[in-house]
Design a protein around this ligand. Structure first.
Ligand code: PLP
Ligand code: ZN
Length: 410
């Protein structure tokens, strides 16, 4: 049973039914939050009630807005919280953790949102799901739509490199290439939702946010029912940042944790509209000249999505936002692989690349419990790593091979 009540705008308070094809507030165009009957939930869920269930998104059934008879799952979530050994030593941290979201079925945290969004679509009788995306969200949604037997529409701009959409195309959704920039595609998808019953599961649709919030629940459990001191989130549209914050807030509200973490939003210096607005205390403005290798965090205009919501969270709850340049992102992508065995995409490496700066500024402390969210797999963008790998060591004979092995043992 679900205890979800409605979708509510946190700015004007207007509410919308859970089964409506409304994905943003029709009054003020801000994102909507699914709200629950928290008082009843307090009598229904407990730390023990979760314990006997599979560790993953659906472990938290009562805190998700789906009835239960239409769940479409590929076993998402339940990802490891790895304690850093060698990067910790490099900086002197004692409690640095990586939440490795690359282990999800299609290789990113998006699967948490897709399982809930697609299950909800099925529950309310939608025939088509869709989103505008060239990356992880597109492939994730396509996989879950296929599993559900639903049609899937993906909107991409003209000129999107084929390598970016190969994984998506492989699941056989209907991929439309349109001669419009990404923000316009986003608007187009909303029109299709309103007029033609396309059920959106885009970056900050309320149902996606619900699935993605479970990463916060898992972290609390993995830390022994404790919130971390600091959570660092690579941010683009702000859907995931908002989701993670919502997860911590709900566990706090339900009494499962007794404090909230400081949230840190990290963006690439080549596309940092949220950071810019936060630091200057001004409104969000579109980023003019996007230049970054971290493609997954390159939304130039997050005010159309959850950028304002992220700013509200940062300003109200003592958060921080920092940019990090591409060269440092790429360095840390490599360091994560060679020192921790983790192959993540550049966007994910940004959450680790920003650590030195945060430490130098005195924004984080060596003893604090710090969690970096590694949002997606390095397998997604192999073109980036090409210039960072050496060549295989060529040997001409068995003897030479054995000689080289002996050298390795010295
Ligand atoms: C790997 C990865 N990291 C971070 C993000 C940013 O998430 P959001 O757009 O919800 O801020 C994305 C979004 O596509 C992503 O694919
Ligand atoms: Zn509103």
């Amino acid at each position: 049973m679900s205890y979800a009540l409605s979708m509510k705008c946190e700015v004007c308070g207007r509410e919308f039914p859970l089964d409506s094809y409304v994905f943003r507030c029709l009054e003020c165009n801000e994102p909507l939050n699914v709200i629950y009957d928290y008082e009843s939930l307090k009598n229904v869920v407990s730390r023990d009630s979760f314990k006997s269930r599979v560790f993953g998104v659906w472990r938290y059934m009562e805190l998700l807005p789906v009835r239960g008879d239409s769940i479409i799952t590929l076993f998402e979530g339940g990802t490891p919280l790895l304690k850093s050994e060698r990067i910790s030593r490099l900086f002197g941290f004692r409690n640095l953790f990586f939440k490795d979201e690359s282990r999800n079925p299609t290789g990113s945290f998006k699967d948490r949102g897709s399982t809930v969004g697609v299950s909800k679509a099925l529950e309310i009788g939608a025939k088509i799901v869709g989103c505008a995306s060239t990356g992880n969200m597109a492939s994730s949604l396509s996989a879950y739509a296929t599993k559900a037997g639903l049609k899937c529409v993906i909107l991409i701009p003209h000129g999107t490199p084929m390598e970016k959409v190969l994984q998506t195309l492989y699941y056989d959704p209907k991929v439309f290439s349109v001669d419009l920039p990404y923000p316009e595609l986003y608007k187009l998808s909303f029109e299709a939702a309103l007029n033609y019953g396309l059920y959106l599961v885009h970056s900050d649709s309320p149902m996606r946010v619900e699935g993605q919030k479970t990463v916060a629940y898992e972290i609390c459990e993995q830390l022994g029912w404790k919130a971390p001191d600091v959570v660092i989130v690579p941010t683009s549209s702000g859907g995931n940042f908002s989701a993670i914050w919502k997860g911590f807030m709900e566990f706090y509200e339900l009494g499962f944790i007794n404090k909230l973490p400081r949230m840190i939003c990290v963006q690439s210096s080549g596309c940092a509209p949220i950071v810019e607005a936060f630091k200057s205390g001004s409104e969000l403005k579109p980023w003019r000249d996007v230049k970054t290798v971290a493609h997954s965090i390159s939304n130039p205009n997050p005010s159309l999505a959850s950028g304002n919501r992220v700013l509200r969270i940062l300003r109200r709850f003592n958060g921080l936002a920092e940019p990090v340049p591409d060269d440092i992102i790429l360095n840390f992508q490599k360091i994560l692989a060679v020192s921790e065995g983790l192959f993540v995409e550049p966007s994910s490496a940004a959450s680790v690349a920003v650590l030195r700066k945060l430490m130098d500024y005195g924004d984080i402390d060596k003893d604090e419990i710090i969690v970096c969210i590694l949002t997606g797999s390095g397998m997604k963008d192999l073109s980036v790593v090409k210039s960072y790998v050496g060549f295989p060591f060529k040997v001409e004979s068995r003897d030479e091979f054995f000689e080289e092995v002996k050298k390795l043992l010295q």
